[in-house]
Each structure stands twice: as C-alpha cells, then as structure tokens.
Design a protein around this ligand. Structure first.
Ligand code: F6R
Length: 607
C-alpha cells in the first residue's frame, strides 16, 4: 500500500532513496518518484516500476543532503506520471510523499481551490502540500504548519515532507499507516518498513499514531499531536540485510518457500521441553487465563485467515474449546455479542493490515485480551496486543505469503498444545505424541522438496490451464483454500477450493471431462470419504492430482505426490509446500511477475 522513504545525511541521496524504494517495492509498484533537495527541489517521477524511474535518472549525480521517495499502489487516481508522488505545493518549494488515504480530501480540495490553489493530479494526497502551504503562509514555521495541517486531515497517512526554504530537514507524520525512523551516525532515515533501513542501520524508532518527527542528520526530534516534544528510545531489530537478498534464487518467493524448514526450526526453538513432552509458551497468556476461557475469537485476513482456520480446527480437536474464526474486514463491522470469558487471537505477518488492526481494536473495545501472532515485532498489531508470539520467518519480501504462513501454523500448534496442557494437564497421550512429532517437522519439510522436479513438470504440462479445483476434507480443506489462493494470486489461474463433501451440493456441475482437480488426502480418518470424492470426479472425466501420505496407496491419481508421513494434525505444514511450488512454477510457465503480482501489494494498510 505504497512505500515511502527519506534520507538526511552525506551519502549520495538519490541512490539511498532508490535503494530503499526497491526494498519497499512489494508495497506497491505502479509508479515511483523521488525528490532530492539541493539548491532546488529536483523531482523525478514515472509510471511503472522503480526500474523505469531508475533508467530515466541513471547517471545523474545530484548535490543534496536530503530527499524523499515513494513507490505507489494506486487508490485515488489512475497510475500515471501525473498521479505519481512526490506532489508539490503551488510554489514548487514543498514536496510530500504519502502512504494511506485522506478521507476528507474532497472538502479540503474545494476549500483550497476557493483560496486559489491549483491542483495538478487526481490524487487525494495533493491536498496535503497545498494545505501545508496555506498554513505556512500564516506562521513561517514548517513544523507548526505541518502540525496544524495534519490535525485537519481525516483518514490514514504516513507523510514525509521536504521544503526548499528549510534545507537538510524532513518532517514525518503518522496516523495509522506505518512509519519507522532509522538512526545512523550523522545520518538519519525514514521508511514505511524496516527492510529499507537494514542496509544502513538496525537502530529504529517506530512512530506512533499522531506523532510528528523532525529529522535532521544529527538528531531526530519527536512531537505529539499537540506539538509537545517527547522522548522515545530506539530499539535494535534482529533482522539483517542478507535476509532481504535473493540468495541465488530466481525469485524471492522461491527462496522463501525453500526457507520454510529453517523457519519451522527457528520458530520451534526454545518452545519444546522434550524430556517432559511439553510445549513452552512463555510469550503467551498465563495458564489461569487459559484455563478459564469459554471461547476464542480468531481474526486475520487472506493467508493469515487460513492459518486462523487451521487454528480453529486444531484447537477444537485438541481442547474442545469453541473457537470462532473470522476475516478481519467482516469481523470489524459485525453486530453481535461477545463472551467476556474469551481471548482474541490476531494473526498478521506484517502486523499492519488495516482490517486486522480494526478487528483487534474491536475486540479490545469489548475488553477482550489479545494474543497476537505476527512476524514484525515492532508492528502495530504487536504493540497493541497483550501477548505477542513473534514468528521467526524473517522478512518476507514476495507479495505472496509462504514462509510466514508456515510459521503461523506452527505458532498455532504451539498455542493449541499449551492450551491443552493448561486445561487438561500435560499427560494427554494425543498432545505428548504431537510434541514428539513437532521436532521432526523441519526435516520432513525439507524432504518435501524431493517433489519439486515432478511439480515443475506437472506445471509445464498444465501451462495452458485456466481453471483448477482443489478439494479436501478437514484440515485438507484449509490447505486447499491456501493452495488455491496462491495459484490465483501469482499465476492468475482461476482456482476454486472446496470442502470435498460440498461437491455434490453444486460445484460438481463444473466437473466435466478433462477438468483438472487436486485432491488432498492427508487426513487418515477421512480417507474412505475422500475416496468417494475421488470416484465422483473421476467418473465425470476429471484428471486428478492426488496429494497424500505414503500410506493410502489405494488412492492413485493421474499424478500422485507423496509427502512424508506425519500426524494428520501437522499435515498442513507439509502439504502446503507442494501447492506453493505448483503456484510458483505455474506462474513461471505463464511468464507472470511472481514476486509482484498484478493489482496486489504486500501490506494492505488501507481498508
Ligand atoms: C496472500 C497474502 C495475503 C496476506 C493478507 C494479510 O499470499 O499474502 O492474503 O496474508 O494480506 O496480511 P498480513 O498477514 O500481513 O496481515
């Protein structure tokens, strides 16, 4: 949802900005722009990816000690050069970049036009430079002008502002949209997300809602929404710059799929007490709270929602505790009652998804405590939760989530086991057996890559595919939903995931001769049922890819992928890997932009 960067210091400003924007390109990639403040404002913006902007300005060396940049995911105004950021005021002296949506831009624009301001884009953003220009004409103090302008804006925004008459300074403001400041030696940075800062510093300050920062090369001053200076202490992040390189893989997505065995290992680290066959979850809610719960509410979006659905199935199976799971965008607006003896579980890779955050706040408004599972320890979700499980997936760069999903599933296994221990004691054979199985997962996940060549060949054979079906029962249905999402979002193949038992209630009408179906068969207790579904689709002429454990030989598809044997409860952690690889290789066959699929952005910080 747009990425913004800013830099004040002695390095070549243009290259720091372009470098930062490339690290944030997953947030939006329909146009990009930069402004470097030297004698004048040097502004460049261009429709298309950052590479288009880069080729336009390559070889330029601009004197300047400060600059800001933007990579856009269009909301208001089509992606073109005019609507690309940065945007200027009428004087051409002030430039801003913005991530978010200014909801009251129509009223503000009308007032500003009345006062004589001339607009040159169709964006909501452009009201901001004109508004600041108006305020500046009253005070001649840029900080005050920004403060009073920001207080007139409604919506969500992260802003970076630069002005020719106030050299070597950037002013940044945040309401809802994320903004992180990076602290260097005699240089300072800002960015929408930590990866843009990692090549330069690991010392960060997260700007909170309503805060404004004045960034100079030797210091950063932070003010609250009333203009009072406040003290904030920097934190050190535990990610490093190597984590955001492709490391020899052709795409970030493939690299991240392959990182999963290690992500599982890292996420398990410190959470298994093998001698006692127990899990440890010191970052979770205390046992007495877990013991007294009557309901769980899980909320998340997209892939994280699928992880939540897995959590529901697993928690209910292992503990019997009724668990609801709902998409953030629905949950936030539902009229309903809540059980006060409950816990909210909020799942988000980025920790900044607007609908997930709103759902979290809805739960908090009901005084329900929150346990969150997030990959970004400094994110809004983490900061607003009572307890946080920090998944150890490392930065996820590809827009399609893969390794974060595995880490979320594993976190939910740990939580479900911890819940079971707290509620019915540690010596339940079902849960102690699972603890034993968990430690084997990283090795088993690695072994699923033996299927990669077959999957690549299967994708090659299906390269003209337009429609696909993924069917499964129980936890296999959850995997089907996630596998179908991956296929849709990166290879643009229309794919429907169904609970296999639902087939005959409608979708079976779509299964005709030559239709391609993937049938998941990793739930041992449901094998006879899935066998009937296999027969149903075969009888109608479908070609079937079966994904199963080594046992279950009676289910042989036109193609069969056999994943290593593990507990039915843990199979989603292994079964998703071949489906991620299938989506990847289909997208590759079709020449799609794998890491940055069309119309999508990684972190959905607007509603
Ligand atoms: C799909 C995908 C999205 C995200 C969703 C939530 O591959 O990545 O569906 O899962 O936008 O994002 P987070 O987890 O950051 O809240």
């Amino acid at each position: 949802m747009c990425g913004i960067v800013g830099y004040v210091g002695a390095r070549p400003v243009l290259s720091v900005l372009l470098d930062g924007l490339k690290k944030l390109e997953y947030r939006g990639y329909d146009s990009a722009g930069v402004v470097v403040l030297g004698e004048d404002l040097n502004l460049f913006k261009k429709q298309g990816k950052i590479s288009s902007l880069e080729s336009e300005i390559s070889g330029l060396s601009l004197d300047g000690k400060a600059g800001i940049g933007h990579t856009r995911w269009a909301t208001h105004g089509v992606p073109n050069d005019r609507n690309a950021h940065p945007h200027l005021d009428c004087s051409g002296k002030l430039a801003i970049v913005h991530n978010g949506i200014i909801e009251n831009y129509r009223e503000l624009k009308a007032e500003l036009i009345e006062k004589g301001h001339v607009f040159s884009s169709d964006t909501d953003t452009e009201v901001v430079p004109h508004l600041i220009e108006e305020e500046l004409s009253k005070t001649n103090d840029l900080l005050k002008a920004v403060l009073s302008s920001v207080n007139q804006l409604k919506g969500s925004f992260a802003l970076a502002i630069i002005h020719k008459d106030f050299p070597d300074k950037i002013i940044a403001a945040r309401v809802e949209s994320p903004l992180v400041l990076g602290i260097g030696e005699n240089e300072n940075f800002l960015a929408s997300d930590i990866p843009a800062l990692l090549p330069y510093t690991k010392k960060i300050i997260v700007l909170e809602n309503g805060e404004i920062a004045l960034i100079e090369k030797s210091k950063i001053s932070i003010f609250d929404s009333q203009g009072n200076q406040i003290q904030k202490h920097p934190k050190t992040v535990d990610w490093d710059a190597r984590m955001i390189e492709k490391g020899g893989f052709e795409h970030f997505m493939l690299k991240e799929i392959h990182e999963q065995p290690n992500v599982l290992k890292e996420t398990l680290e410190g959470h298994l007490d093998l001698p006692r066959r127990m899990v440890l979850l010191p970052e979770g809610p205390p046992d007495d709270l877990l013991r007294n719960l009557e309901t769980l509410y899980i909320t998340a979006c997209g892939t994280a929602y699928h992880a939540g659905l897995y959590g529901k199935y697993l928690i209910e199976a292992l503990t019997g505790l009724p668990t609801e799971v709902e998409i953030g965008s629905e949950f936030r607006y539902r009229e309903r009652k809540f059980n006060p003896k409950s816990l909210g579980i909020v799942i988000s890779q980025s920790g900044e998804t607007a609908d997930t955050l709103a759902a979290l706040r809805r739960l908090k408004g009901e005084e329900i405590p929150i346990f969150s599972i997030t990959n970004v320890a400094s994110s809004s979700v983490a900061r607003e939760s009572d307890w946080v499980f920090h998944t150890k997936a490392g930065p996820e760069v590809a827009v399609a989530s893969t390794k974060a999903y595995s880490a979320q599933l594993l976190s939910l296994v740990l939580f479900a086991l911890k819940l079971s221990q707290a509620r019915s004691g540690p010596f339940n054979p079902r849960t102690t057996e699972l603890v034993q199985e968990l430690q084997k997962l990283p090795v088993l996940a690695e072994a699923t890559f033996n299927l990669e060549k077959n999957i690549q060949a299967y994708a090659n054979r299906l390269r003209l595919l337009t429609d696909y079906f993924m069917l499964g029962r129980g936890l296999d249905f959850v995997t089907a939903l996630e596998g179908a999402l991956k296929l849709k979002e990166i290879s643009y193949v229309h794919c429907e995931a169904y609970a296999a038992g639902e087939l005959k209630h409608g979708p079976l009408a779509l299964i005709t001769s030559g239709k391609q179906v993937c049938l998941l068969a990793t739930q041992r207790s449901l094998l006879p049922k899935i066998h009937s579904n296999f027969k149903e689709v075969k009888a109608r002429g479908a070609e079937v890819l079966v994904l199963r454990f080594p046992e279950g030989e009676e289910l042989e598809g036109d193609e069969t992928l056999v994943i290593p044997s593990t507990s039915d409860y843990l199979s989603p952690l292994l079964a998703i890997i071949p489906l991620q690889l299938f989506a990847y290789y289909m997208a590759k066959e079709k020449g799609c932009d794998i890491d940055q699929p069309r119309n999508l952005a990684k972190s959905v910080t607007v509603e």
